[in-house]
Design a protein around this ligand. Structure first.
Ligand SMILES: Cc1cc2nc3c(=O)[nH]c(=O)nc-3n(C[C@H](O)[C@H](O)[C@H](O)COP(=O)(O)OP(=O)(O)OC[C@H]3O[C@@H](n4cnc5c(N)ncnc54)[C@H](O)[C@@H]3O)c2cc1C
Length: 469
């Protein structure tokens, strides 16, 4: 827990922001002090709600002088607890959500940090463009949070992570100064790139206040399919074929185990299995092309050949947009269905795509040896080598006893991923959950360099002090 914030600093912050710009109301604070998985709860002496970049600068400047710590928070959908304060000032971007500009010639949208991803999707569509980043939390996750966690999601395969979508940033640095880096250039080779340092910094190098993001053209044809298959190894072979068959138009390739699909249909009353026959594994494939009819044709060719070669055993292509959404809902509800089932050991690992099947086999054998009867619910963005490798207790087992072994399970799984040249956090960041663990896997020379950067920008370590190195 951070040292108590002096009363005079609290009074000065309230005075800077004025009425409506802060709160200590327990009801107002409650949803911001507990995170989605109910794993972390927090406290704060003051919620600050700036409306402008100048107000953010005033808050950060005051805190910097006094050495008072700040936790930035957007939509509070982060999955590693980095947005939950433990006695620090909580700075929410919820009142900073304007779309400042959208330029179809530059193909750029400039938005404030508190705008949700869903609002950005909507604004882009209204202008006949698309912002491709897609995560299941899009209704609440904000641009500031997505930038600060370098979010991934289902479209990384084609468009990259948030890091690849950002052309420019505006941010308040830890000393309270505003950096206006809202450029919209595709090329700018002028030395170190400050925006790339802030992306993925999880609120440790300042508060992101606005971003200039790349837009993409709308695509004329789109095909979504669900296929049943025998193994992750077959899924990886199908992935290679899908890339080749679609000629670069593969938009998403998501793997799910049978358990995850069963949990979704049993806990979510509106969900239906896309395939009637049982299979140990499923993939959701999306192809999207600028050429009318091309996506559908590529999908049909891909699936027909895979069925003929017995690489997949069944498949369905969505015939309507509603059906495509229903297929996607099975994938997007994997986490929520697990939550309804009980406690899970959660891992967000990545390995080279060629090692995904080995990773799942090796890690599954290891966790079952550790705790016989546990159930593996692996799913994820397998086209990026990213597996959400989650472990549920044996059916009906004591949940507290399962949770008590979570760290032992994580150590096993992380060691296996790292041994395959992988990462212990593919897309969620380190936050409060994995910062300590990450130190085991980073080279000391890298940690020292990263600490030097941080202490140069934030010598008093006021920004999200318990997160990162
Ligand atoms: C159902 C569900 C599905 C998800 N799916 C995915 C997925 O597929 N891929 C993926 O990558 N993530 C996924 N996530 C995780 C989450 O949505 C992302 O991490 C998202 O980027 C967090 O955005 P947020 O606005 O909620 O940030 P918060 O949770 O509020 O904050 C996250 C971190 O960013 C910092 N931060 C927030 N705003 C700012 C700011 N303006 N300036 C500086 N720092 C800031 C916080 O201090 C914290 O460290 C999922 C989450 C849920 C609940």
């Amino acid at each position: 827990m951070t040292a108590p914030v002096p009363a005079d600093i609290l009074s000065r912050l309230k005075a800077v922001l004025g009425e409506g710009g802060w709160s200590v109301d327990p009801e107002r604070l409650a949803p911001k002090l507990i995170e989605w998985r109910d794993r972390w709860s927090g406290t704060t002496p003051l919620l600050v709600l700036p409306r402008t970049t100048a107000e953010v600068a005033a808050v950060v400047g005051l805190c910097a002088q006094a050495g008072v710590a700040i936790i930035p928070q957007g939509g509070n959908t982060g999955l590693v607890g980095g947005q939950i304060p433990q006695g620090e000032i909580l700075l929410s971007t919820e009142r900073m959500h304007a779309i400042r500009d959208l330029d179809p010639v530059d193909d750029v949208i400039v938005v404030e940090a508190g705008a949700t991803l869903a609002a950005v999707h909507e604004a882009a569509l209204a202008a006949g463009r698309r912002f491709p980043l897609s995560v299941a939390s899009e209704g609440s996750a904000t641009i500031g949070g997505l930038v600060s966690t370098n979010a991934g999601g289902t479209a990384v395969l084609r468009y990259g992570t948030m890091r690849d979508q950002v052309l420019g940033l505006e941010a308040v640095l830890p000393n309270g100064e505003v950096w206006n880096g809202l450029k919209r250039l595709r090329k700018d080779n002028t030395g170190y790139d400050l925006k790339q340092l802030l992306i993925g910094a999880e609120g440790t190098l300042g508060v992101v206040t606005a971003a200039a993001l790349k837009l993409q053209p709308l695509l004329a044809s789109r095909a979504v399919a669900f296929a049943g298959l025998r193994s992750p190894a077959d899924a990886i072979e199908l992935l290679a074929r899908a890339k080749a068959e679609s000629g670069g138009a593969l938009e998403a390739f998501e793997l799910m185990g049978a358990l995850g699909v069963e949990l979704v249909v049993s806990h979510m009353p509106d969900r239906r299995k896309p395939l009637d026959s049982p299979h140990p594994w499923f993939v959701l494939i999306e192809i999207a092309s600028g050429e009318p009819g091309a996506a559908e044709a590529a999908m049909e060719r891909l699936l027909a050949r895979a069925l003929e070669d017995d690489l997949i055993q069944d498949a369905a292509i969505a015939q309507t947009q509603a059906q495509a959404r229903a297929f996607w809902a099975i994938r997007e509800d994997q986490s929520a269905a697990q939550k309804a089932e009980g406690a899970a050991w959660k891992h967000d690992i990545s390995v080279p795509v060629s090692r995904v099947a080995d990773f799942i086999a090796e890690a599954s054998a290891a966790v079952i040896r550790l705790s016989p009867g546990v159930r593996v619910a692996a799913f994820g963005h397998v086209g990026d080598g990213n597996v959400h490798y989650d472990i549920l207790s044996a059916a009906g087992a004591d949940q507290a006893a399962h949770t008590a072994r979570r760290d032992e399970g994580a150590r096993l799984v992380n060691d296996i991923a790292a041994g395959m040249g992988g990462s212990i956090s593919a897309e969620h960041g380190l936050g409060a959950m994995k910062t300590e663990e990450a130190l085991r896997y980073k080279a000391p020379v890298e940690v020292a360099a990263l600490r030097a950067v941080r202490s140069a920008l934030d010598p008093k370590r006021i920004m999200n002090p318990r997160v990162l190195f």
